[in-house]
Design a protein around this ligand. Structure first.
Ligand code: FES
Length: 316
């Protein structure tokens, strides 16, 4: 049987539309108990239906432990998660959510540079609200928005203190990320969350940096291109000894779910990290946005992986 994912039952207690296309939701325990704790900038999975699990960053600060607040943009061309949030979730609706994961590991003594694009602001809202509540001012937020910003009211004190720069890219040029980072010297730590072109620009701007000095938040599922040269391979589950052929047109995640393997799945898009598994023989084709190069030597995000060898042996 597939390993169950631990979830908490919450209820939507309030919704808001700060801008057309953006829906803000407040989730609370049904009986108003405290919710499991989280780090600033952590994210949760919303279980919206069978194989419809989506990851969203928390916008509120960790000390607000009686609620989870998320802000979701309606993605017209998405995979159905944001549409479900916008159309189906209303006050009173119950939603199973995962325990919070991840979070922003800020540098407590150096400058922290937050680069956000559009709704990618959400993990920084949580982080900044937490820093402001603790009297920490060693950060600057650069937020690009394609039109008016969406949930800036949640950043009131930070904006008033001059620690936030908002650029409306419909009226001003797209910020030069390399120049922004350079303006803070070589000891600052940089973070980025936003649309793919911004993340790619950020990747280029931090090229050559030590991996401890920057952090990228990605929530867009990986689109794995079909490899015309892919060959069938044998999938072996080492713990049970079960094996099965995987054809080039099959997705490994579908095969594993079909086999009822003891691996939990969530986003099925290579971004949440829930399905990370040790591999013993391969090599796998890594397509995820989670693992570092050293982690990939022994682990694989199986929901988006393939195999370059004749056998993929998983420690499962
Ligand atoms: S299920 Fe999210 S990374 Fe695999």
């Amino acid at each position: 049987m597939a390993k169950p994912i631990r979830t908490v039952k919450t209820v939507v207690t309030a919704t808001e539309t700060p801008l057309p296309g953006i829906r803000l939701l407040v989730l609370e325990d049904e009986d108003r108990w405290e919710l499991p704790p989280f780090l600033p900038g952590a994210h949760i999975d919303l279980h919206l239906g069978k194989r419809l699990i989506r990851t969203y960053s928390l916008c509120n600060a960790p000390h607000e432990n009686d609620r989870y607040i998320i802000a979701v943009k309606h993605e017209e061309l998405g995979r159905g998660g944001s549409r479900h949030v916008h159309e189906e979730l209303a006050p009173g609706t119950t939603v199973q959510v995962s325990l919070p994961r991840g979070g922003m590991q800020i540098d407590p003594t150096e400058m922290n540079i937050f680069i956000a694009g559009g709704i990618g602001i959400t993990p920084f809202v949580s982080t900044i609200r937490d820093m402001e509540a603790r009297g920490l001012t060693n950060y600057r937020l650069y937020w690009s928005s394609n039109g008016p910003p969406s949930i800036h009211a949640m950043l009131g004190p930070a904006i008033a203190a001059g620690r936030v720069e908002i650029v409306d890219t419909t009226r001003e040029p797209i910020p030069d990320l390399k120049a922004i980072l350079a303006s803070h010297g070589d000891r600052a730590k940089a973070f980025c969350c936003g649309p793919e072109p911004m993340l790619n620009a950020f990747d280029r701007a931090v090229e050559g940096w030590h991996e401890d000095r920057f952090h990228v938040e990605r929530f867009t599922a990986v689109q794995v291109a079909v490899d015309p040269d892919a060959k069938p391979y044998t999938l072996v589950l080492a713990q049970s000894g079960v094996s099965r052929e995987v054809m080039p047109d099959e997705k490994l995640v579908d095969v594993l779910i079909d086999m009822e393997v003891d691996i939990p799945f969530s986003c099925e898009g290579g971004v949440c990290g829930v399905c990370r598994t040790r591999w013993l023989e391969g090599p796998p084709v890594h397509n995820d946005r989670v693992l570092t190069s050293s982690e990939r030597e022994s682990e694989v995000i199986v929901c988006v992986a393939g195999c370059r060898g004749a056998r993929l042996v998983l420690d499962a």
